[in-house]
Ligand binder design. Structure first.
Ligand code: BGC
Length: 576
């Protein structure tokens, strides 16, 4: 496999890490993939099982009555739109995300304090318990408690598995892995839809659908037990030697000095800001980070995606396709979702985030308008839509899904995570996950009610948010493609609007030593033994850690400060 990888240093140079894509790293990625699969599976499975008649009969008798011929009162267009309007059914879908919103915050703390593995274990165990409860459910309470346990698992998985994956991966594969997580989410959704389709005629087939989530959960539990923790987490928690050994093992070489030094620096810097990141993000200079961590997940959910992912089987059933075709149509939508995510995997670094976001927003807005028109014109009081417009709705929804899959879906996770400087990274990530889960909860809990009261107008509601998101991006989203992760936040200084809030390109830059390490804060370099800091005259001072000095080799001497960039503008001009 490919060896080595360049990382850009903050001073604009490139430093080479010796990193191979080793077997250990591949296993780690497979475990991370299971985290994404679990999340996607849980999103995708509910729509199908709630459309199954035996499931409705057991847990949602009113919905069942409406679904079967003759029952549910006079057949009007209203009754088609309102067929599935049931708060408990929506709670069954949405409770997972409310639990995930709260537990992702706790997971952020546990992941930092006790390591990524502990969180993975909690995630896998909680998933396992939730799956058992749901597959064995005899009453609605068991289903809801099961969904809440899955929510705890999702909260812990999103925090720990994504972090674990990006820390284990060679640096040059980090960006791609971020989007691979989203790809796994879409594959999880598709697998769930396929299983639902496969078991549709089995009397208690829904138990199989809900129970199959146990397979990736077991893999995540085994991963939490046997995989090593990440070098980053080990070093941050003071296990420096062990961290280095794991780093050598996963990179497949003992020549890991450059990366090891950077990890020690990052750990030291992270300690110096410990306890404060959540306060940091509220400072004026980090207003773009805070805004993006809230608005991007909001827009991702209010494009209407989960109205389709959670409830497409219900929608297709309303169109008159019948249970079997409704489940099959969901599979088609799921397959388009997976295929279109590949466009993002390959296109995000070429076409850019901004272009994909704006294009996707406008594309989804247009499809919402067409669906609204088709429903308004063709969904009549006899409750059955003619074949041609019903097919039209499915085709247009596929075009909608592809917009989300190469736009708001992956970018909703990528952008908020890559714009954070170290000071706000953990807080920004926690806010992003929590806000995303809260709005997923809101959509899950309210879509069927909105559909009942707004009818086809609900699609115009989502259309409005897609347009607002696209126009907002035209004015407020700078392009971040191809910029090293630790420099992305500097882009806001050059932006016409954000520059006024954060300080413009002329504002003073942090200082770096020749290793590219920021040294206006204490930092450790050279085998973690020397501490560099700047005195008020701009001179570098070095102090040694006496305990470490007692039994360690010092390595090469510290290098003098190089580069004379006083502002982002200077820096930019120099590095071109
Ligand atoms: C969203 C999920 C959604 C999925 C659909 C993800 O980006 O966060 O809520 O179900 O995309 O593919």
């Amino acid at each position: 496999m490919g060896a080595g990888g360049y990382v850009a240093t903050p001073a604009g140079g490139q430093r080479q890490y010796n990193s191979k894509l080793t077997f250990t790293v591949l296993v780690c990625c497979a475990v991370a993939a299971c985290g994404g699969l679990l999340f996607g599976y849980d999103n995708g499975v509910v729509g199908g099982v709630t459309a199954m008649l035996p499931f409705q009969r057991k847990f949602f008798p009113t919905v069942y009555e409406h679904s079967t011929t003759g029952a549910g009162g006079p057949q009007t267009a209203d009754s088609a739109y309102c067929k599935y309007n049931d708060q408990i059914l929506q709670l069954f879908v949405s409770s997972l995300y409310l639990a995930a919103a709260f537990f992702s915050l706790l997971a952020g703390y546990i992941t930092k304090k006790y390591g990524r593995k502990v969180s993975m274990l909690v995630s896998g165990l909680s998933f396992g318990a939730g799956v058992i409860l749901m597959a064995a459910a005899q009453e609605i309470g068991m289903l809801i408690v099961g969904r809440i346990l899955l929510g705890v698992g999702v909260g812990f998985a999103i925090q720990s598995v994504t972090l674990y994956n990006s820390e284990m991966a060679p640096p040059h594969l980090r960006g791609a892995l971020n989007i691979l997580f989203q790809l796994c989410v879409t594959i999880g959704i598709l697998v769930a839809q396929l299983i639902n389709y496969g078991v549709r005629d089995v009397e208690e087939g829904w138990r199989i659908g809900l129970g199959c989530a146990g397979a990736p959960a077991i893999i995540v539990i085994i991963g939490g037990l046997v995989l090593p923790d990440t070098p980053n987490s080990l070093i941050e928690r003071g296990h420096i030697e062990k961290g280095r050994k794991v780093l050598e093992r996963i990179r497949g070489t003992t020549d890991v000095d450059a990366e090891f030094i950077d990890l020690c620096d990052a750990a030291e810097m992270s300690k110096s800001i410990q306890g404060r990141p959540i306060m940091n993000i509220f400072k004026k200079q980090y207003r773009p980070q805070l805004t993006f961590s809230i608005l991007i997940p909001f827009f991702q959910q209010f494009d209407g995606i989960n109205a389709i992912i959670f409830y497409s089987s219900q929608l297709f059933d309303i169109l008159g396709s019948g249970q079997k075709s409704a489940l099959l149509s969901s599979v088609i939508v799921g397959a388009v979702n997976v295929a279109s995510t590949l466009v993002a995997v390959f296109g995000v670094d070429k076409l850019g985030r901004r272009f994909l976001w704006i294009e996707a927003g406008l594309q989804m807005a247009a499809t919402h308008v067409i669906v609204a028109i088709l429903l308004a014109v063709y969904l009549k009081a006899d409750n059955v839509m003619a074949h041609a417009p019903a097919i039209g709705v499915i085709v247009v929804l596929c075009v909608f899904i592809s917009g989300h899959a190469w736009g708001f879906g992956p970018l909703g996770w990528l952008i908020p995570s890559e714009i954070q400087p170290l000071d706000t990274r953990s807080a920004g990530q926690s806010i992003n996950v929590t806000v995303n889960m809260l709005f997923t909860f809101l959509i899950g809990q309210s879509f069927l009610t909105m559909l009942c009261s707004m009818q086809w107008g609900v699609y115009l509601f989502f259309c409005a948010w897609c347009v607002i998101a696209a126009v907002w991006a035209m004015f407020f989203m700078p392009e971040t493609k191809g910029i090293p992760i630790d420099e992305v936040h500097l882009v806001f200084r050059q932006h016409w609007f954000w520059g006024r809030v954060t300080g413009t390109a002329d504002a003073p830059l942090p200082h770096y030593n020749a290793d590219g390490v920021e040294i206006n804060r204490a930092s450790i370099t050279r085998n973690s033994l020397q501490r560099h800091s700047m005195n008020p005259d701009g001179l570098m001072t070095i102090s040694m850690d006496p305990k470490a000095l007692a039994n360690k080799d010092l390595g090469p001497p510290a290098v003098p400060l190089t580069g004379d960039f006083h502002s982002y503008k200077d820096y930019n001009a120099e590095s071109k």
